[in-house]
Design a protein around this ligand. Structure first.
Ligand SMILES: [Zn+2]
Length: 73
């Protein structure tokens, strides 16, 4: 499985997360500052943002509601 390199949206700490190939935005929790942030895999690299900055397209919770939860976890 591929990995994504994230940088925390709050403190900039780098971390690696497994990437299952989906480009849907996800939540991640920074182990350095403990804050939860959103990351969105892109074709090149990954975008991270604070939950307070997310719009309805990039908020994982709201997106699931709008698109219909798949029930896969
Ligand atoms: Zn952090």
């Amino acid at each position: 499985m591929a990995t994504l390199h994230l940088e925390c949206a709050f403190c900039g700490e780098g971390m690696e997360v497994p990437h299952d190939g989906s480009y849907a935005p996800r939540y991640a929790r920074c182990q350095s500052c403990g804050e939860q942030f959103i990351y969105e895999p892109l074709r090149k690299g990954v975008r991270t943002l604070k939950p307070s900055e997310a719009d309805s397209c990039t908020d994982p919770d709201r997106r699931e509601l709008e698109m219909g939860a798949s029930g896969q976890e």
